[in-house]
Design a protein around this ligand. Structure first.
Ligand SMILES: C[S@@+](CC[C@H](N)C(=O)[O-])C[C@H]1O[C@@H](n2cnc3c(N)ncnc32)[C@H](O)[C@@H]1O
Length: 447
Protein backbone atom coordinates (compact mmCIF):
# COMPACT_ATOMS: atom_id res chain seq x y z
CA UNK A 1 0.00 0.00 0.00
CA UNK A 2 2.98 2.29 -0.52
CA UNK A 3 1.59 4.48 -3.31
CA UNK A 4 -1.69 4.67 -1.50
CA UNK A 5 0.05 5.50 1.71
CA UNK A 6 1.73 8.43 -0.08
CA UNK A 7 -1.64 9.63 -1.28
CA UNK A 8 -3.10 9.34 2.24
CA UNK A 9 -0.18 11.32 3.63
CA UNK A 10 -0.82 13.86 0.86
CA UNK A 11 -4.45 14.09 1.97
CA UNK A 12 -3.45 14.79 5.57
CA UNK A 13 -0.92 17.40 4.47
CA UNK A 14 -3.44 19.05 2.18
CA UNK A 15 -5.99 19.25 4.94
CA UNK A 16 -3.82 20.30 7.89
CA UNK A 17 -0.76 21.93 6.33
CA UNK A 18 1.36 19.65 8.52
CA UNK A 19 4.44 18.36 6.72
CA UNK A 20 4.35 14.68 7.61
CA UNK A 21 8.00 13.86 8.21
CA UNK A 22 9.32 10.30 8.50
CA UNK A 23 9.23 10.61 12.27
CA UNK A 24 5.47 11.23 12.19
CA UNK A 25 4.66 8.45 9.73
CA UNK A 26 4.77 5.23 11.85
CA UNK A 27 2.01 6.37 14.23
CA UNK A 28 -0.16 7.47 11.30
CA UNK A 29 0.37 4.17 9.47
CA UNK A 30 -0.52 2.28 12.62
CA UNK A 31 -3.74 4.27 12.95
CA UNK A 32 -4.66 3.72 9.30
CA UNK A 33 -4.03 -0.04 9.51
CA UNK A 34 -6.09 -0.33 12.67
CA UNK A 35 -8.91 1.71 11.18
CA UNK A 36 -8.98 -0.35 7.97
CA UNK A 37 -9.30 -3.50 10.07
CA UNK A 38 -12.07 -2.05 12.24
CA UNK A 39 -14.03 -0.98 9.18
CA UNK A 40 -13.08 -4.07 7.21
CA UNK A 41 -12.03 -1.93 4.28
CA UNK A 42 -9.28 -2.31 1.71
CA UNK A 43 -6.74 0.49 1.50
CA UNK A 44 -8.45 1.82 -1.68
CA UNK A 45 -11.90 1.76 -0.10
CA UNK A 46 -10.59 3.47 3.01
CA UNK A 47 -9.06 6.20 0.87
CA UNK A 48 -12.35 6.68 -1.01
CA UNK A 49 -14.23 6.79 2.26
CA UNK A 50 -12.03 9.65 3.45
CA UNK A 51 -13.22 11.67 0.47
CA UNK A 52 -16.91 11.32 1.36
CA UNK A 53 -16.93 10.96 5.10
CA UNK A 54 -15.92 14.04 7.09
CA UNK A 55 -16.00 12.16 10.38
CA UNK A 56 -13.52 9.58 9.09
CA UNK A 57 -11.25 12.39 7.91
CA UNK A 58 -11.58 14.04 11.31
CA UNK A 59 -10.39 10.84 13.01
CA UNK A 60 -7.41 10.64 10.69
CA UNK A 61 -6.51 14.29 11.32
CA UNK A 62 -6.84 13.71 15.07
CA UNK A 63 -4.42 10.81 14.77
CA UNK A 64 -1.93 12.87 12.78
CA UNK A 65 -1.25 15.81 15.10
CA UNK A 66 1.38 16.04 17.81
CA UNK A 67 -0.31 17.40 20.92
CA UNK A 68 2.57 17.63 23.36
CA UNK A 69 1.94 20.45 25.85
CA UNK A 70 2.05 21.18 29.58
CA UNK A 71 1.29 23.92 32.06
CA UNK A 72 3.51 27.01 31.87
CA UNK A 73 5.61 25.52 29.09
CA UNK A 74 8.52 27.78 28.27
CA UNK A 75 8.45 29.55 31.61
CA UNK A 76 10.29 32.61 30.27
CA UNK A 77 7.28 33.45 28.10
CA UNK A 78 5.12 33.63 31.21
CA UNK A 79 7.69 35.91 32.86
CA UNK A 80 7.41 38.12 29.81
CA UNK A 81 3.61 38.13 30.06
CA UNK A 82 3.80 38.85 33.77
CA UNK A 83 6.43 41.59 33.68
CA UNK A 84 5.92 43.22 30.33
CA UNK A 85 2.77 42.33 28.43
CA UNK A 86 0.02 42.27 31.07
CA UNK A 87 1.17 45.40 32.94
CA UNK A 88 0.98 47.31 29.64
CA UNK A 89 -2.67 46.29 29.11
CA UNK A 90 -4.10 46.32 32.60
CA UNK A 91 -6.73 48.98 31.89
CA UNK A 92 -9.30 46.81 30.12
CA UNK A 93 -10.14 43.22 29.21
CA UNK A 94 -7.23 41.64 27.36
CA UNK A 95 -8.32 39.66 24.31
CA UNK A 96 -6.20 36.62 23.57
CA UNK A 97 -6.29 33.92 20.94
CA UNK A 98 -4.46 30.70 21.56
CA UNK A 99 -4.44 29.20 18.08
CA UNK A 100 -3.06 25.67 18.62
CA UNK A 101 -4.18 25.10 22.17
CA UNK A 102 -4.03 21.29 22.23
CA UNK A 103 -5.47 19.94 25.50
CA UNK A 104 -5.72 23.40 27.05
CA UNK A 105 -2.73 23.69 29.37
CA UNK A 106 -1.45 26.78 27.51
CA UNK A 107 -4.64 28.88 27.62
CA UNK A 108 -5.27 27.74 31.19
CA UNK A 109 -1.78 28.87 32.21
CA UNK A 110 -2.35 32.30 30.65
CA UNK A 111 -5.73 32.60 32.33
CA UNK A 112 -4.39 31.48 35.75
CA UNK A 113 -1.52 33.96 35.56
CA UNK A 114 -3.74 36.86 34.51
CA UNK A 115 -6.22 36.01 37.24
CA UNK A 116 -3.47 36.16 39.84
CA UNK A 117 -2.52 39.58 38.53
CA UNK A 118 -6.13 40.80 38.69
CA UNK A 119 -6.26 41.12 34.92
CA UNK A 120 -9.43 40.33 33.05
CA UNK A 121 -8.96 38.21 29.95
CA UNK A 122 -11.18 36.86 27.22
CA UNK A 123 -9.47 33.85 25.72
CA UNK A 124 -10.37 32.10 22.49
CA UNK A 125 -8.74 28.68 22.32
CA UNK A 126 -8.76 26.74 19.07
CA UNK A 127 -7.18 23.68 17.53
CA UNK A 128 -7.64 21.43 14.52
CA UNK A 129 -7.85 18.29 16.67
CA UNK A 130 -11.37 17.74 17.99
CA UNK A 131 -10.24 15.16 20.58
CA UNK A 132 -7.92 17.56 22.36
CA UNK A 133 -10.66 20.18 22.41
CA UNK A 134 -13.05 17.68 24.04
CA UNK A 135 -10.34 16.91 26.59
CA UNK A 136 -9.90 20.63 27.35
CA UNK A 137 -13.65 21.05 27.85
CA UNK A 138 -13.58 18.30 30.50
CA UNK A 139 -10.69 20.03 32.26
CA UNK A 140 -9.23 16.95 33.99
CA UNK A 141 -5.44 16.70 34.11
CA UNK A 142 -2.80 14.39 35.58
CA UNK A 143 0.69 15.03 36.93
CA UNK A 144 1.96 14.57 33.37
CA UNK A 145 0.79 18.09 32.62
CA UNK A 146 3.23 19.50 35.17
CA UNK A 147 6.96 19.51 34.42
CA UNK A 148 10.02 21.12 35.92
CA UNK A 149 9.78 23.90 33.33
CA UNK A 150 7.14 26.30 34.62
CA UNK A 151 7.27 24.96 38.15
CA UNK A 152 7.31 28.35 39.82
CA UNK A 153 3.85 29.10 38.41
CA UNK A 154 2.17 25.76 39.20
CA UNK A 155 0.50 27.13 42.31
CA UNK A 156 -1.61 29.40 40.07
CA UNK A 157 -3.25 26.32 38.57
CA UNK A 158 -4.06 25.12 42.08
CA UNK A 159 -6.04 28.33 42.58
CA UNK A 160 -8.44 27.41 39.77
CA UNK A 161 -8.69 23.65 40.37
CA UNK A 162 -9.22 20.90 42.91
CA UNK A 163 -6.97 17.87 43.32
CA UNK A 164 -8.05 14.37 44.24
CA UNK A 165 -5.64 11.39 44.23
CA UNK A 166 -3.29 13.07 41.81
CA UNK A 167 -6.07 14.10 39.43
CA UNK A 168 -6.41 17.85 38.90
CA UNK A 169 -9.87 19.05 37.97
CA UNK A 170 -10.13 22.62 36.74
CA UNK A 171 -13.20 24.29 38.21
CA UNK A 172 -15.96 24.10 35.55
CA UNK A 173 -16.79 27.81 35.91
CA UNK A 174 -13.19 28.55 34.89
CA UNK A 175 -13.44 26.32 31.80
CA UNK A 176 -16.68 28.05 30.83
CA UNK A 177 -14.82 31.36 30.55
CA UNK A 178 -13.01 30.15 27.41
CA UNK A 179 -14.31 30.18 23.85
CA UNK A 180 -13.13 26.73 22.81
CA UNK A 181 -13.58 25.76 19.17
CA UNK A 182 -12.25 23.95 16.15
CA UNK A 183 -10.16 26.07 13.79
CA UNK A 184 -7.88 24.94 11.00
CA UNK A 185 -5.00 27.37 10.49
CA UNK A 186 -4.47 25.93 7.01
CA UNK A 187 -7.40 27.69 5.38
CA UNK A 188 -8.45 29.46 2.21
CA UNK A 189 -11.19 31.47 3.86
CA UNK A 190 -10.57 34.41 6.19
CA UNK A 191 -10.25 33.81 9.91
CA UNK A 192 -13.64 33.86 11.64
CA UNK A 193 -12.76 36.94 13.71
CA UNK A 194 -13.35 40.59 13.06
CA UNK A 195 -10.47 42.88 12.31
CA UNK A 196 -8.44 44.10 15.29
CA UNK A 197 -9.86 41.51 17.70
CA UNK A 198 -6.86 40.46 19.76
CA UNK A 199 -4.18 42.02 21.95
CA UNK A 200 -2.19 38.80 21.92
CA UNK A 201 -2.09 35.79 19.65
CA UNK A 202 -0.13 32.88 21.00
CA UNK A 203 0.76 30.23 18.49
CA UNK A 204 3.58 28.14 19.83
CA UNK A 205 4.95 24.83 18.61
CA UNK A 206 2.77 24.63 15.53
CA UNK A 207 4.64 26.63 12.85
CA UNK A 208 7.37 23.99 13.18
CA UNK A 209 5.06 21.63 11.26
CA UNK A 210 4.23 24.06 8.43
CA UNK A 211 5.94 25.14 5.20
CA UNK A 212 7.27 28.70 4.99
CA UNK A 213 4.61 29.52 2.37
CA UNK A 214 1.87 28.50 4.75
CA UNK A 215 3.50 30.42 7.59
CA UNK A 216 3.55 33.59 5.49
CA UNK A 217 -0.08 33.12 4.55
CA UNK A 218 -1.06 32.64 8.19
CA UNK A 219 0.96 35.70 9.24
CA UNK A 220 -1.06 37.84 6.81
CA UNK A 221 -4.29 36.56 8.34
CA UNK A 222 -3.06 37.05 11.91
CA UNK A 223 -2.06 40.61 11.07
CA UNK A 224 -5.66 41.50 10.23
CA UNK A 225 -7.15 40.19 13.46
CA UNK A 226 -4.51 41.60 15.81
CA UNK A 227 -5.04 45.03 17.30
CA UNK A 228 -2.74 47.81 16.14
CA UNK A 229 -0.39 47.36 19.11
CA UNK A 230 -0.99 43.60 19.32
CA UNK A 231 1.73 41.00 19.58
CA UNK A 232 2.22 37.48 18.33
CA UNK A 233 4.05 34.99 20.47
CA UNK A 234 5.77 32.01 18.85
CA UNK A 235 8.63 29.95 20.27
CA UNK A 236 12.08 31.47 19.92
CA UNK A 237 13.04 28.93 17.23
CA UNK A 238 9.88 29.57 15.29
CA UNK A 239 10.48 33.33 15.39
CA UNK A 240 14.04 32.79 14.18
CA UNK A 241 12.67 30.91 11.18
CA UNK A 242 10.19 33.66 10.22
CA UNK A 243 11.65 35.70 7.34
CA UNK A 244 11.46 39.51 7.22
CA UNK A 245 7.92 40.33 6.21
CA UNK A 246 5.41 43.13 5.77
CA UNK A 247 3.27 42.15 8.73
CA UNK A 248 5.44 41.74 11.80
CA UNK A 249 8.61 43.10 13.28
CA UNK A 250 10.80 40.96 15.52
CA UNK A 251 11.19 42.46 18.99
CA UNK A 252 13.25 41.45 21.97
CA UNK A 253 12.64 41.75 25.69
CA UNK A 254 15.64 40.27 27.52
CA UNK A 255 15.85 36.68 26.31
CA UNK A 256 12.37 36.73 24.87
CA UNK A 257 11.54 37.38 21.25
CA UNK A 258 8.09 38.25 20.04
CA UNK A 259 6.49 39.64 16.91
CA UNK A 260 5.00 43.11 16.98
CA UNK A 261 2.31 43.98 14.47
CA UNK A 262 3.67 46.49 11.96
CA UNK A 263 1.69 49.66 11.66
CA UNK A 264 0.79 50.39 8.10
CA UNK A 265 0.98 53.95 6.80
CA UNK A 266 -2.76 54.33 6.95
CA UNK A 267 -3.00 53.80 10.68
CA UNK A 268 -0.01 55.96 11.57
CA UNK A 269 -1.30 59.06 9.83
CA UNK A 270 -4.88 58.66 10.98
CA UNK A 271 -4.41 58.69 14.73
CA UNK A 272 -3.90 62.40 15.29
CA UNK A 273 -6.86 63.31 13.10
CA UNK A 274 -9.32 60.90 14.65
CA UNK A 275 -10.97 63.36 17.02
CA UNK A 276 -11.47 66.00 14.41
CA UNK A 277 -12.93 63.39 12.08
CA UNK A 278 -15.39 62.05 14.63
CA UNK A 279 -16.65 65.55 15.33
CA UNK A 280 -17.60 66.15 11.72
CA UNK A 281 -18.43 62.68 10.55
CA UNK A 282 -22.22 62.88 10.89
CA UNK A 283 -22.46 66.05 8.82
CA UNK A 284 -19.92 64.86 6.34
CA UNK A 285 -21.67 61.53 5.87
CA UNK A 286 -24.68 63.39 4.51
CA UNK A 287 -22.56 64.92 1.78
CA UNK A 288 -21.62 61.48 0.50
CA UNK A 289 -24.88 59.59 0.78
CA UNK A 290 -25.67 60.18 -2.87
CA UNK A 291 -24.53 57.10 -4.80
CA UNK A 292 -21.72 57.87 -7.18
CA UNK A 293 -21.44 56.13 -10.53
CA UNK A 294 -17.73 56.62 -10.86
CA UNK A 295 -16.84 53.61 -8.76
CA UNK A 296 -19.05 51.39 -10.87
CA UNK A 297 -17.59 52.65 -14.16
CA UNK A 298 -14.22 52.05 -12.77
CA UNK A 299 -15.12 48.55 -11.61
CA UNK A 300 -16.41 47.48 -14.99
CA UNK A 301 -13.09 48.53 -16.51
CA UNK A 302 -11.01 46.21 -14.38
CA UNK A 303 -9.20 43.60 -16.39
CA UNK A 304 -7.10 40.83 -14.99
CA UNK A 305 -3.82 39.44 -16.08
CA UNK A 306 -4.96 37.21 -18.94
CA UNK A 307 -2.54 34.36 -18.20
CA UNK A 308 -4.50 33.45 -15.07
CA UNK A 309 -6.94 30.57 -15.36
CA UNK A 310 -9.33 32.33 -13.00
CA UNK A 311 -9.67 35.34 -15.27
CA UNK A 312 -12.96 34.18 -16.80
CA UNK A 313 -14.50 33.69 -13.39
CA UNK A 314 -13.23 37.06 -12.22
CA UNK A 315 -14.73 38.73 -15.26
CA UNK A 316 -18.02 36.92 -14.69
CA UNK A 317 -18.11 38.07 -11.09
CA UNK A 318 -17.64 41.66 -12.23
CA UNK A 319 -20.27 41.15 -14.92
CA UNK A 320 -22.82 39.99 -12.32
CA UNK A 321 -21.91 42.86 -10.05
CA UNK A 322 -22.34 45.29 -12.92
CA UNK A 323 -25.83 43.84 -13.56
CA UNK A 324 -26.54 44.08 -9.86
CA UNK A 325 -26.98 40.31 -9.62
CA UNK A 326 -25.09 40.04 -6.35
CA UNK A 327 -26.44 36.62 -5.41
CA UNK A 328 -24.94 35.09 -8.58
CA UNK A 329 -21.71 36.97 -8.01
CA UNK A 330 -21.53 35.56 -4.50
CA UNK A 331 -22.34 32.04 -5.73
CA UNK A 332 -19.56 32.17 -8.25
CA UNK A 333 -17.19 33.63 -5.71
CA UNK A 334 -17.85 30.76 -3.30
CA UNK A 335 -16.95 28.24 -6.02
CA UNK A 336 -13.53 29.64 -6.80
CA UNK A 337 -10.67 27.93 -5.03
CA UNK A 338 -8.59 30.92 -4.01
CA UNK A 339 -5.01 29.98 -3.27
CA UNK A 340 -2.73 31.88 -0.92
CA UNK A 341 -1.33 33.80 -3.88
CA UNK A 342 -4.63 35.33 -4.92
CA UNK A 343 -6.51 35.63 -1.67
CA UNK A 344 -6.55 39.39 -2.09
CA UNK A 345 -8.93 38.92 -5.04
CA UNK A 346 -11.36 37.02 -2.87
CA UNK A 347 -11.41 39.86 -0.34
CA UNK A 348 -11.64 42.43 -3.12
CA UNK A 349 -14.68 40.80 -4.73
CA UNK A 350 -16.37 40.16 -1.41
CA UNK A 351 -15.76 43.80 -0.54
CA UNK A 352 -17.17 45.00 -3.85
CA UNK A 353 -20.35 42.97 -3.34
CA UNK A 354 -20.74 44.28 0.21
CA UNK A 355 -20.09 47.81 -1.03
CA UNK A 356 -22.73 47.54 -3.72
CA UNK A 357 -25.35 46.26 -1.23
CA UNK A 358 -24.32 49.15 1.03
CA UNK A 359 -22.91 46.97 3.80
CA UNK A 360 -20.03 49.39 4.22
CA UNK A 361 -18.79 47.87 7.44
CA UNK A 362 -18.16 44.49 5.78
CA UNK A 363 -16.87 46.25 2.66
CA UNK A 364 -14.32 48.11 4.76
CA UNK A 365 -13.14 44.91 6.46
CA UNK A 366 -12.72 43.07 3.16
CA UNK A 367 -10.95 45.87 1.28
CA UNK A 368 -8.74 46.40 4.28
CA UNK A 369 -7.76 42.73 4.35
CA UNK A 370 -7.19 42.69 0.61
CA UNK A 371 -4.94 45.74 0.60
CA UNK A 372 -3.11 44.50 3.70
CA UNK A 373 -2.35 41.18 2.07
CA UNK A 374 -0.91 42.95 -0.92
CA UNK A 375 0.03 46.55 -0.47
CA UNK A 376 0.54 47.07 -4.18
CA UNK A 377 -2.99 45.96 -4.96
CA UNK A 378 -4.43 49.34 -5.89
CA UNK A 379 -7.98 48.12 -6.70
CA UNK A 380 -8.37 47.19 -3.03
CA UNK A 381 -6.86 50.40 -1.70
CA UNK A 382 -8.94 52.60 -4.01
CA UNK A 383 -12.11 50.74 -3.08
CA UNK A 384 -11.17 51.08 0.57
CA UNK A 385 -10.79 54.80 -0.07
CA UNK A 386 -14.27 55.03 -1.65
CA UNK A 387 -15.72 53.08 1.28
CA UNK A 388 -14.13 55.38 3.84
CA UNK A 389 -15.40 58.35 1.89
CA UNK A 390 -18.95 57.01 1.85
CA UNK A 391 -19.02 56.45 5.59
CA UNK A 392 -17.45 59.80 6.35
CA UNK A 393 -14.03 58.57 7.50
CA UNK A 394 -12.42 61.25 5.43
CA UNK A 395 -8.95 61.19 6.87
CA UNK A 396 -8.69 57.49 6.24
CA UNK A 397 -10.12 57.97 2.74
CA UNK A 398 -7.48 60.58 2.03
CA UNK A 399 -4.67 58.26 3.04
CA UNK A 400 -6.07 55.38 0.99
CA UNK A 401 -6.53 57.54 -2.12
CA UNK A 402 -2.99 58.73 -1.68
CA UNK A 403 -1.77 55.16 -1.35
CA UNK A 404 -3.61 54.15 -4.55
CA UNK A 405 -2.20 57.16 -6.34
CA UNK A 406 1.35 56.27 -5.31
CA UNK A 407 0.97 52.70 -6.53
CA UNK A 408 -0.41 53.90 -9.86
CA UNK A 409 2.34 56.50 -10.25
CA UNK A 410 4.79 53.64 -9.91
CA UNK A 411 2.87 51.88 -12.66
CA UNK A 412 3.16 54.87 -14.93
CA UNK A 413 6.86 55.32 -14.23
CA UNK A 414 7.87 51.69 -14.47
CA UNK A 415 5.38 49.06 -15.47
CA UNK A 416 7.43 46.18 -14.08
CA UNK A 417 7.56 47.53 -10.57
CA UNK A 418 3.79 47.68 -10.31
CA UNK A 419 1.55 44.82 -9.28
CA UNK A 420 0.71 42.52 -12.17
CA UNK A 421 -2.74 43.88 -12.79
CA UNK A 422 -3.72 45.66 -15.94
CA UNK A 423 -6.38 48.17 -16.81
CA UNK A 424 -8.11 48.88 -20.07
CA UNK A 425 -7.41 52.56 -20.08
CA UNK A 426 -4.71 54.99 -19.17
CA UNK A 427 -3.77 54.68 -15.45
CA UNK A 428 -3.60 58.47 -15.46
CA UNK A 429 -7.40 58.33 -15.59
CA UNK A 430 -7.49 56.59 -12.21
CA UNK A 431 -4.71 58.79 -10.87
CA UNK A 432 -6.94 61.75 -11.70
CA UNK A 433 -9.85 60.15 -9.87
CA UNK A 434 -7.61 59.83 -6.82
CA UNK A 435 -6.43 63.44 -7.10
CA UNK A 436 -9.95 64.74 -7.57
CA UNK A 437 -11.16 62.88 -4.48
CA UNK A 438 -8.16 63.96 -2.45
CA UNK A 439 -8.73 67.62 -3.34
CA UNK A 440 -12.40 67.34 -2.51
CA UNK A 441 -11.70 65.74 0.88
CA UNK A 442 -8.94 68.23 1.73
CA UNK A 443 -11.32 71.09 1.02
CA UNK A 444 -13.93 69.61 3.35
CA UNK A 445 -11.63 68.82 6.24
CA UNK A 446 -9.84 72.13 5.77
CA UNK A 447 -6.38 70.77 5.22
C1 LIG B 1 2.71 20.57 19.86
S1 LIG B 1 1.09 21.15 20.10
C2 LIG B 1 1.38 22.74 20.79
C3 LIG B 1 0.47 23.04 21.95
C4 LIG B 1 0.76 24.35 22.64
N1 LIG B 1 0.63 25.46 21.74
C5 LIG B 1 2.13 24.37 23.27
O1 LIG B 1 3.02 25.03 22.75
O2 LIG B 1 2.31 23.72 24.29
C6 LIG B 1 0.63 21.53 18.42
C7 LIG B 1 -0.86 21.71 18.24
O3 LIG B 1 -1.10 22.27 16.95
C8 LIG B 1 -2.30 21.73 16.46
N2 LIG B 1 -2.34 21.90 14.99
C9 LIG B 1 -1.63 21.26 14.04
N3 LIG B 1 -1.99 21.66 12.82
C10 LIG B 1 -2.96 22.60 12.99
C11 LIG B 1 -3.73 23.37 12.10
N4 LIG B 1 -3.61 23.26 10.77
N5 LIG B 1 -4.64 24.21 12.62
C12 LIG B 1 -4.81 24.34 13.96
N6 LIG B 1 -4.10 23.61 14.85
C13 LIG B 1 -3.17 22.75 14.38
C14 LIG B 1 -2.24 20.29 16.89
O4 LIG B 1 -3.50 19.66 16.89
C15 LIG B 1 -1.63 20.40 18.26
O5 LIG B 1 -2.61 20.41 19.26
Amino acid sequence: MDKLSDSLIGKIQGKTGIIITEALQPAIHEFINRRMKELNLSAESYSTRLEDDDTEMELLVNASTVNETYFFRDEAHYEFLQNNFFPSRSMSTVHIWCGACSTGEEPLSIHALAKQMGIETEITATDINTEVLAFFKKGIYSKKSFRADGQKYHRYIRCISTETDGTIKINPEEIRKFHISFLNLNRETPLPFVMDSFDLIILRNVFIYFSSDLIMKILGQLWSVLKVDGILLLTTNEIAAVPENAYFEKKRDGDIYYLQKKKHIRERSIASKEDKEDMHSTDLRKIFTEKKSIEKDFLSELKFNSSKAEMTSYKDILKYIDRENYRKAEDLLSKIDFSSSNLEYMYLFTGIIKYQVEDYHEAEINFYKSSSLNQKFWPASIMLAFTYKHIGKLQKALVSFEQSLNILMEYVKNEKSCYNFTIDFDPVYIINICKKNMDEIRRIIGE
